[in-house]
Design a protein around this ligand. Structure first.
Ligand SMILES: Nc1nc2c(c(=O)[nH]1)N[C@H]1C(S)=C(S)[C@@H](COP(=O)(O)O)O[C@H]1N2
Ligand SMILES: [Mo]
Length: 220
C-alpha cells in the first residue's frame, strides 16, 4: 500500500498537539463559510430528545471491522490520553461559532486502541437519542476530530450532547453525534439520520454541501 502523505501529515499534526507543541492555528481572515453567519451563543440543535445518561451507566461501544472490540465505561474513557483542540463550528441551519475549545479523546487515540482492519473504510456513529451519522474513515482520521467530554473546561451539558459527543470540525455539525453511544467501523457506507433524509453525505461547509444535490458523487 502506498504511503498516504496526507494521512501522515495529519497524524504528525495530531502528535504535535498531543505533545502540546502545536503552533496556534493560523486561520484565514475569511473564516465564515458561504451562507453562514457568526453567533456567540452556542444554540442547541437536536431531535428534542435529550437522554439522561448517568455516568455510571454510560458506555461507548466500538466495534465492526477492527482488531479489538472495545467497550469503554466512563472511567476507562476518561483514563485515555486527553486531547484539547480549538475549532470553528458550523451548523447547516446557517450559524457558525468560532473558537470552540473542546477536550476529550482524539479519534486517533480510539483508532490506535481498536486498530481498524484494512477493510474498514467508513465509520457509523450511533447515539443515545436514536440519532446516527456517518463519515468516511479518512475524514475521522484528522488531527481535529475527537470525542469530547468538555467544552471551555466544563463537562458538556446535556443540552449540548453530554456525557460525550463527537466533533468533526471540517464538516457541518450534524456529522458529529451528540450523546455518543456506539462507533462502528464498516467496509461500506451506511447513511445516518439526516443523510437518509436528503442531507449531504459529504457536508463540507466550504462547498455548501447542505443537501445531497450538491454532493460530488450522487448516491443511487
Ligand atoms: N445525537 C445527536 N447528535 C446531534 C444532533 C442530534 O439531533 N442528535 N444534531 C446535530 C446537529 S444538526 C447539530 S447542528 C449539532 C448541534 O449541537 P449543539 O446542540 O450542541 O449546538 O449536533 C449534531 N449532533
Ligand atoms: Mo445542525
Amino acid at each position: 500500500m502506498p504511503i498516504n502523505e496526507d494521512f501522515v501529515a495529519r497524524k504528525e499534526r495530531w502528535a504535535r498537539k498531543m505533545a502540546g507543541k502545536e503552533k496556534p492555528a493560523v486561520r484565514s481572515v475569511d473564516r465564515l463559510p458561504p451562507g453562514q453567519r457568526e453567533v456567540h451563543n452556542f444554540p442547541v440543535l437536536d431531535l428534542g430528545i435529550r437522554p439522561e445518561v448517568p455516568l455510571s451507566e454510560w458506555c461507548l461501544h466500538i466495534h465492526g471491522h477492527v482488531e479489538n472490540l472495545v467497550k469503554l465505561d466512563w472511567a476507562q474513557f476518561m483514563a485515555l490520553p486527553q486531547f484539547n483542540d480549538v475549532s470553528d463550528f458550523h451548523c447547516v441551519t446557517t450559524w457558525s461559532q468560532y473558537d470552540m475549545a473542546w477536550q476529550g479523546v482524539a479519534f486517533f487515540t480510539l483508532a490506535d486502541l481498536v486498530k481498524p482492519k484494512p477493510s474498514a473504510t467508513h465509520v457509523f456513529f450511533k447515539s443515545y437519542d436514536g440519532y446516527s451519522t456517518n463519515n468516511p474513515l479518512s475524514v475521522c482520521m484528522d488531527d481535529d476530530v475527537l470525542i469530547a467530554h468538555s467544552w471551555n473546561g466544563q463537562p458538556i451539558s446535556k443540552d449540548h450532547g453530554g456525557p460525550a459527543r463527537v466533533i468533526v470540525p471540517k464538516k457541518y455539525a450534524w456529522k458529529g453525534a451528540k450523546f455518543i453511544r456506539e462507533i462502528t467501523f464498516l467496509d461500506r457506507d451506511i447513511l445516518g439520520f439526516w443523510e437518509i433524509r436528503g442531507y449531504s453525505n459529504e457536508a463540507d461547509p466550504w462547498l455548501e454541501q447542505r443537501f445531497s444535490d450538491n454532493d460530488s458523487r450522487k448516491l443511487p
